[in-house]
Design a protein around this ligand. Structure first.
Ligand SMILES: O=P(O)(O)OC[C@H]1O[C@H](O)[C@H](O)[C@@H](O)[C@@H]1O
Length: 297
């Protein structure tokens, strides 16, 4: 799934882990564990690939994704932070949708590995550039534990002396075999329809998506289960620290409008996001931290 990127190794970290670059010097951490293959872009600490050996990929990344310092990567698990989507304020200030973390370079801080999998830690801290758009002191850590599942924990630490609030998401694009042979179980009974002015609607249980969807669900008890019938599997998602679950698929017209997604890309992806979308966000006091997590298997 990343072979088409034509990567070259520039640093071998261990026999399973290496830093590789594409022809534009865009850096990836590539993991070839005996149990799975995975890759992160250092740009955004963005998981772009995860595939257990012998199985279909668990994560969808667009074959047309653009790897460029000022762009967000289409697919994978974008880290939306410290805001979600756009607000009147971010629009007025011409700030990017979903915050600046996904278009910032993160530092690979630590890796460890064993027979079960690998642990990886990426860091991103406030600097003069981030403070010019969001005037807070922070350190954000992405802790990734990859085994027979993906566990991503985003730790937001307030390193300043003023409290702040944040919003965001672990915006997972799950790979599915065929959207026409697909169902979603375990979502809350109502949702706010972002494609219809936030009108509150009832959820079908299970839900069989048949058109564009952009919906904010409350947090429900239990797991969200995607029936990926074409791949004869269920994908299970368990979130923590979120106040909502955002579900998104742009469908055909939406995909056609994106330069970085094939027209039929919508057929093999479905986003289920561990999100903080409430207006008040999450408050983080000085020296305190908050964890946002998603576990996918
Ligand atoms: O195109 P992006 O900025 O990556 O956003 C992709 C999508 O993210 C979320 O799912 C939002 O709810 C959608 O409204 C948005 O279209």
């Amino acid at each position: 799934m990343i072979a088409h990127l034509g990567l070259t190794t520039i640093k071998q970290i261990s026999s399973n882990l290496s830093i590789q670059v594409n022809q534009d010097n865009f850096e990836f951490l590539v993991i070839n564990h005996p149990k799975f293959d995975a890759a992160f872009a250092l740009h955004g600490a963005h998981l772009v690939h995860f595939q257990i050996k012998g199985q279909a990929p668990l994560i969808y990344t667009s074959s047309n994704a653009i790897y460029s310092a000022d762009k967000a990567i289409r697919g994978g698990v974008p880290i939306c932070w410290p805001w979600f989507g756009s607000t009147v304020e971010t629009k007025q200030k011409n700030l990017p949708s979903h915050g600046f973390a996904r278009t910032s370079k993160w530092q690979l801080n630590d890796t460890s590995e064993n027979e079960q999998g690998v642990d990886i830690e990426f860091l991103f801290a406030s600097n003069s550039e981030t403070k010019s758009v969001w005037n807070n002191d922070f350190q954000v850590t992405l802790k990734a534990q990859l085994t027979d599942q993906i566990k991503l924990t985003l730790v937001t630490k307030n390193t300043g002396d003023q409290g702040f609030t944040y919003r965001g998401a672990l915006h997972s694009y799950l790979h599915i075999g065929d959207i026409k042979q697909f169902a979603v179980n375990g979502l809350a009974s109502t949702y706010s329809d972002s494609l219809d002015h936030g009108v509150i609607k009832n959820t079908q249980q299970p839900a069989y998506p048949s058109g564009p969807i952009d919906a904010i669900f409350a947090v429900n008890e239990g797991d969200i289960v995607l029936e990926d019938k074409a791949n004869q599997r269920n994908i299970t998602i368990r979130n923590q620290g979120n106040d909502s679950v955002v579900v998104w698929n742009p469908w055909e017209e939406g995909a056609k409008a994106f330069v970085d997604m094939p027209d039929d890309g919508y057929k093999t992806m479905f986003c289920v996001e561990s999100a903080i979308t409430a207006k008040q966000g999450v408050y983080v006091a000085p020296n305190q931290q908050h964890c946002l997590q998603t576990v996918i298997k």
